[in-house]
Each structure stands twice: as C-alpha cells, then as structure tokens.
Design a protein around this ligand. Sequence first.
Ligand SMILES: [Zn+2]
Length: 208
Amino acid sequence: MYPGGALKEDIYYFAKERAKCDDSASWEARRLDRKQTERRTHFLHTLSKRIVSACKQRSVGTIVIGDLGGIRDDENGDARNWGDHGNLDLHGWAFDRFTSMLEYKAEDEGIEVVRKSERDTSKTCSSCGTKDGNQRIERGLYVCDDCGTVANADVNGAENIRRKVLPNLATDGGRDRDNGWMAQPAVHLFDRSEGSFAPREQGSNREP
Ligand SMILES: [Zn+2]
C-alpha cells in the first residue's frame, strides 16, 4: 500500500500558508501554488514509477485500476465525499493524472492497464464473494462473518477490482504472499526528505 498522506498534508499545509497571504494573486500566493503543484506532480510521478517497476520485477502483465467514472469535484471545486474510497483521497482530476502517468509508464514496459468500475467492490468479500450484509468495516478492516475473512478494507476492495478482470488468479498461496497479507499489507510511506517511498519499517530492509 502506498498511502497518499503526504498529498493530504500538503493540501492542509499550503491552504494554511496561502491564508497568510493578503492577496490570492500576490507573488507569494502564486509561488505557493506552483510549489504545491510541483510537489504533487513529483509525488504522482514517483508513485506511478514505483508501482510500474514493482510490477515489472514480478512479471505482471496487467494492472487493473479502479475507474472512478462519475466521481468528480463538485461546483465549489471541493472533492465530493468519496465514501467507500478509503485512502485514495485525491480529487478526480489528480486521479486522472495519476492514471495516465501509470498508463504511459506501464505501456513502456509492455504492461497493459485496464480500468474497471469500482461498483460494489467495497461491500463484497474478496475471499468468498458474498455481499449479503454480514460484512462490516471496523477501523479500516473488512470483516466477513460468512467466511471469517479479516482484511484491510482497501486491500479487499483492490482484490475485488482485480477479480473483475482476472477472476482465476489465486488470492492466496501465491509464492510471494505471506499469510495475513490481506489483513496487514506491506505499507510504503513517502519520505519527504528523500522524495521517494520507503517501507514503513525504516532501516536496513529498505527496498532498492
Ligand atoms: Zn467472506
């Protein structure tokens, strides 16, 4: 998982800094706008590059991405409540930008990118496929009373999106998948000082 927290922090930080400017057209306000845009662009490039390189390493042939079709900013320019969408707290246009970056980087590596509707993906159990209301989300965990699955809610949603395109790929027992990976996925945080992603456990096990 690659949390977008750094982007969110920037949104708050730059809003606060801009509020200190007397005039939104001032040199300083425009400088802040440019800086925020640069940082967002860098984040999205770094993330898409990182994902494509991880996929290349694992000989992934197809990346399936949730299509947020219809989810767009409202008339005030604020992001609508993304509800089910969990951590991917990006405005619609930023997500479009990220998706196209991912698509052209993947294409360079011969990896296909398929967009798929996210409809029902947060409510369905990715292990047993049921969607009868005996599932719930508690503190970011998806819990299925039918089969006992406990999964990170975002991972459960991602698995469901993937299954729409690649239904026969095993969800467990894969060679590089530990038990419990659905409940506790590896998390890579964006390190501002280095401008790159690193595993949450800092130190010697940093990935190349
Ligand atoms: Zn289940």
